[in-house]
Design a protein around this ligand. Structure first.
Ligand code: PGA
Length: 250
């Protein structure tokens, strides 16, 4: 991949405390180098650290995003929830929607569609995650599942240019297993073809997520049609994250 608008999303999941912020100093330094000036790094820490991250990265090119949001765009009686407006208010620019770990907690495709709409209303950019489970893959249902997630998730959404689609096979997340290049390429092509059928769908960038690490990233970045990565576990370690970035840019 060349360094033009390639996305590296650091998904910190339920990890991190205020002291963890210092670990990103070297990543901030990296973004100041000319060679990496055009890559886009988005840190998605837990809600508790969003404000700290915004402050910390203020003078850098790093963006900050949340890992989820509520589908209701106005304030309301939803104990324990945070909506897009609140995320925007903190200064974050992105939000992950539809991650399999939040789908597991009950998010349906319809709710994900509502979340995307409400995030767009708050002018957030969206990292929209889709992916099939191992069971679905074995049953040869991958295409059906992906298509349904795309169709319902993006139903009646106009500003698709503000979206990045992250393809994350569930069986690859946190397992150390990545798809074979040939299969990944096939699925990326399938997603691309279906996104292109939507108005402005060709503006959506596709990224890959699931066990991306410094050892496999070079190979993954050879796959045509991939414009970056969403990195979970390995993004908690700045050295590994930097390695991933360096190895994916040719
Ligand atoms: P992983 O997570 O890199 O630890 O597999 C990726 C993700 O869940 O976004």
């Amino acid at each position: 991949m060349t360094n033009n608008n390639i996305y590296f999303i650091a998904n910190w999941k339920m990890y991190g405390n205020p002291a963890s912020l210092n670990t990103i100093n070297n990543v901030i330094k990296l973004t100041k180098s000319k060679k990496f000036s055009k890559i886009k790094i988005v840190y998605c820490p837990p809600y508790t650290l969003l404000g700290n991250f915004v402050k910390k990265t203020k003078k850098s090119k790093i963006f900050v995003g949340a890992q989820n949001c509520h589908y209701e765009s106005e304030y309301g009686a939803y104990t324990g929830s945070i909506n897009a407006k609140m995320i925007k208010y903190l200064g974050a620019k992105f939000v992950i929607v539809g991650h399999s770990e939040t789908r597991k907690q009950g998010d349906t495709n319809n709710e994900i569609n509502m979340k995307i709409k409400s995030a767009l209303k708050s002018n957030l950019r969206i990292i929209f995650c889709i992916g099939e489970s191992l069971y679905e893959k074995r049953k040869k249902k991958t295409k059906t599942v992906l298509l349904k997630q795309i169709k319902i998730g993006l139903k009646k959404i106009k500003n698709l240019q503000n979206l990045i689609l992250a393809y994350e096979p569930l069986w690859s997340i946190g397992t150390g297993i990545v798809p074979k290049n040939i299969d990944l390429e096939k699925n990326i092509n399938f997603i691309r073809k279906n996104l292109n059928k939507l108005k402005n769908g060709n503006r959506i960038k596709i990224i890959y997520g699931g066990s991306v690490n410094p050892n496999n990233v070079k190979n993954l970045s050879r796959i045509p049609g991939i414009s970056g990565f969403i990195v979970g576990g390995a993004s908690l370690n700045s050295k590994k994250f930097i390695d991933i970035i360096k190895k994916s840019i040719i």
